[in-house]
Design a protein around this ligand. Structure first.
Ligand code: C2E
Ligand code: CA
Ligand code: CA
Ligand code: CA
Length: 274
């Protein structure tokens, strides 16, 4: 491994596998891609489980590189976290999401927030600044965090979540059920929303356990005054099951894939006609 640039390690030689070569290519391409404006958001609708009407969208980052092709967020988000670009990317996501919120009347726009962003020194004022600059009500924005925000310094993470809440933005706990100590955090912080991880939803057909787990999560969330979203709903059987269990919202390919803002608007227009 040879050190180049700002302490970035680049590995050379025949031992390098295709996968790790792609990872270092991604890291090296990130900054240029950011400057070239190659990052943008897609939006996936969340519908009310009872009425099936759209109530929110989740903003998901997309990157189309001329040579690397479509790079999945699973690949480039962790690369951006390693090389420090996550802060710029995260602010881009917040700003674009806020701009979208202004064009999507009534809908809440959810944005994913990396633990590194939450823990940057002035994250709350960055969020406040962007919302003010764009001119969007904080209540229209929901920040999705995972339990991994608590890993490093749970007290500080909770303090920051409370500060964001005071600002008026909503806060969701993403991928719920896959972390290690979910229940303790629910006692320390009043999340607005629990997003039930798609691994539970997608195993509804095969594993009887999943049904019991989702049912329990929904009842607990109710008792604690939180909304629930079933993620990754792909089929009619899952949809019927999560509706029967009184999940509040449904998100997944069955309803819609993530769409560009333009396609989302057409999709929303189509929903009004139905
Ligand atoms: P996530 O926050 O759990 O987002 C949901 C992922 O599930 C998205 O993948 C979405 O496209 C996918 N999905 C939605 N419905 C279905 C379905 O019915 N079936 C299946 N199989 N998948 C479905 P995506 O867009 O590839 O994003 C992956 C992850 O990357 C996200 O997981 C999130 O953790 C991260 N990510 C995406 N955009 C951002 C961003 O702007 N900032 C940060 N920090 N992370 C982001
Ligand atoms: Ca999410
Ligand atoms: Ca999720
Ligand atoms: Ca995830």
């Amino acid at each position: 491994a040879k050190r180049v640039g700002r302490g970035r390690a680049v590995v050379y030689g025949p031992a390098l596998g295709d996968a790790s070569r792609r990872l270092s290519q991604i890291e090296l391409a990130l900054r240029g891609a950011f400057k070239a404006g190659q990052f943008h958001l897609h939006f996936q609708p969340k519908v009310d489980a009872k009425t099936m009407r759209p109530v929110a969208v989740e903003a998901l980052m997309r990157w189309n590189h001329p040579k690397l092709g479509t790079v999945a967020p699973g690949e480039f988000i962790s690369a951006a976290e390693r090389c420090g670009m996550i802060h710029e990317l995260g602010q881009l996501a917040l700003r674009e999401a806020a701009l979208a919120a202004k064009q999507l009347d009534g809908l809440v726009v959810a944005v994913n927030v990396s633990p590194l962003q939450l823990m940057e020194s002035d994250f709350t004022s960055i969020v406040a600044g962007i919302l003010k600059e764009v001119g969007v009500e904080p209540a229209r924005i929901e920040l999705e965090v995972t339990e991994s925000v608590m890993l490093d310094d749970a007290r500080e993470a909770l303090r920051r979540l409370h500060a964001l809440r005071e600002l008026g933005v909503r806060v969701a706990l993403d991928d719920f059920g896959t972390g290690y100590s979910s229940l303790a955090y629910l006692r320390s912080f009043p999340f607005d929303t629990l997003k039930i991880d798609r691994s539970f939803v997608q195993s509804l057909g095969e594993q009887a356990n999943s049904h019991a787990i989702i049912d329990t999560i929904v009842q607990m969330a109710r008792a604690l005054g939180m909304r629930t979203v079933a993620e990754g709903v792909e089929g009619d059987i899952e949809l019927a099951a999560v509706r029967a269990m009184h999940c509040d919202e449904v998100q997944g390919y069955l309803v819609s894939r993530p769409l560009s803002l333009g396609s989302l608007k057409s999709w929303l227009d189509g929903q009004h006609e139905g």
